[in-house]
Design a protein around this ligand. Structure first.
Ligand code: HMG
Ligand code: MG
Length: 329
């Protein structure tokens, strides 16, 4: 081959590569998608544990999670210790964890007393709770759904005056352990009420994990008639093995914030029989496979999961964790 021919081929190849790179970059930026995972293991996961988990273990667990790439880790509750004794050490845990810049560490707050305690240790984000079911609300908060909204009204302004961000939860968005099926209109109403109070995001909770893609889609269709998907998150417990598919359904409806709990820990003490949230490892694996960015390091996440499972003496509920550990071994 002459020198000229080889130069021509090399120039064509180079420009071909440049074009390919450009096309790939354009394609990637068009298709790249991001889901923010809110890790709720230390709060939702540990609030239902029979075994006492020492504060030092909770702190170490949260510090490990801080190294995984989350932007939000819900760390504890400032609720009545008579109602949830497992998280009675909330103030100590919050005070002693390493606060990494760029990560928000919200805590669950049901009333003014909880907010004042949270403020006294420098909490900068709180989560408040409502419910689409009156009976669940009575069992969980000792008041009806409307009363819970009225109660939130009494302290949310104080939070905002102190630049504390407020996230809202709604439990029982499609079903209730006491009332059965929940009408979407109940969820719509309470979503609107919490947004009106100034919550920056509403996490829709399938508290006892009874939802299916059918009921989740029906509920979301109605909620999305009145709010933008950007204001919503989905929070699925996996009691009936539907969490991942329900999350997938929500993603298809443009929701981009998903709550999850490492190792599938947890449940709500006032939702009898409900098991943990979707395991964060399983969610990350699914999203990785879909080419959706999460920023989460799966290996470090599994280490955090191993740590807490050892502390509570339970095997992981994450199928991905089990499968990958077997491969490793
Ligand atoms: P109450 O008994 O009606 O309230 O409970 P009270 O004002 O009569 O207080 C009872 C006692 O608790 C008093 O103590 C208060 O001082 C104390 P005493 O005078 O008898 O010694 N107290 C507090 N102590 C510390 N911090 C506080 C606080 N408030 C009262 N903040 C209340 C009403 C709302 C307090 C109670 O029902 C409660 O704490 N509920 C929280 C229940 C809870 O945390 N459930 C789990 C979280 S919800 C969930 O998991 C669902 C979710 O994940 C989404 C989903 O999955 O769907 C979010
Ligand atoms: Mg929950």
């Amino acid at each position: 081959m002459s020198l000229i021919t080889s130069k021509i081929i090399s120039t064509i190849t180079k420009s071909n590569n440049d074009i390919c790179n450009l096309v790939q970059r354009c394609f990637a930026s068009k298709t790249s998608d991001y889901v923010r995972i809110v890790e709720v293991g230390p709060r939702d996961g540990l609030q239902n544990e029979k075994k006492n988990v020492p504060s030092a273990s909770k702190i170490q667990f949260i510090n490990k999670l801080s190294d995984c790439g989350f932007k939000t880790i819900e760390v504890t509750s400032f609720v009545s210790p008579k109602w949830v004794p497992q998280l009675a050490d909330g103030a100590e845990v919050f005070s002693k964890i390493n606060k990494v810049q760029g990560i928000s560490y919200p805590v669950l707050v049901p009333n003014l007393k909880g907010l004042e305690s949270a403020m006294s240790v420098g909490v900068q984000e709180i989560a408040v709770m409502g419910s689409a079911s009156d009976t669940f609300s009575m069992k969980n908060l000792n008041c009806t759904s409307q009363e819970s909204v009225d109660r939130i009204k009494t302290f949310v302004n104080l939070a905002k005056q102190n630049n504390i961000k407020v996230r809202g939860y709604i439990s029982c968005v499609v079903g209730c352990p006491y009332e059965g099926k929940i009408k979407p209109i109940n969820t719509v109403k309470i979503t609107e009420a919490l947004l009106e109070l100034g919550c920056y995001e509403i996490s829709l909770g399938d508290t006892n994990g009874v939802g299916t893609p059918g009921s989740i889609k029906t509920m979301l269709k109605d909620v999305l008639k009145v709010v933008s998907p950007k204001q919503l998150a989905i929070h699925c417990h996996d009691t009936y093995g539907q969490a991942l598919v329900n999350i997938y359904t929500s993603l298809e409806m443009d929701i981009r914030v998903v709550d999850a709990s490492v190792s599938g820990l947890g449940g709500c003490p006032y939702s009898k029989g409900a098991t943990g949230n979707v395991a964060t490892e399983d969610l990350v694996y699914q999203l990785n496979g879909m080419g959706v960015e999460t920023g989460i390091n799966l290996e470090k996440l599994m280490e955090a999961g191993d740590y807490i499972c050892k502390e509570i003496g339970k095997p992981t509920e994450s199928k991905v964790h089990r499968a990958l550990s077997k491969l490793k071994n």
